[in-house]
Design a protein around this ligand. Sequence first.
Ligand SMILES: [Zn+2]
Length: 191
Amino acid sequence: MKCEMIRDLLPLYIDGLTSEESNREIEKHLKNCRGCQKYYQEMTGEIGEDISISEEEIQELQVIKKIKKKNKRKMFGVLTGIVLALAVCVMVLFTQWYSSANSEEVTVDYGVRGNVAYCAIETKPGYSMEINGSSSHLKILRLRKTMSPKGQTISWEEKIGTEENPCKWTIEFQDKIMVIENGQLTKEKEK
Ligand SMILES: [Zn+2]
């Protein structure tokens, strides 16, 4: 068939109104004629895969698809790895930078100088304290690692009171509570 005739038949062919014999002729022609192929594609607005793409090209496409899929899976694996590594880093940093405020991790010094009671809490070098409250009830919340090679000391003093009305300090750690009255440890309770 001539191109002109094919092109005349294409609208009918697209609507499925042509006979089977005509269909065979048209498809055969389309397979071999680039011009009519283009014309057909323009009419349908799509690329007729079975007509314009050869077996070889389909195989090529499938290979590309497979590679893409493989790459996708690889990327997913790499991303998952990165996320996991980051999570571990954050956890390690967190436990390194914040340690629980157990009483063994600080030094508590207390006593009496003349008629004044004193108390000093000192961290290990490279740590500072996060505290809450005041000397009457001081809570050591946690220890934080610092860039400084020095530790942190919190100290205070107060005139000692009478036996009935002593100057009384409560220091609360994560593991225990200490009560100091007039510069003497009067109570030490595990939490
Ligand atoms: Zn043609």
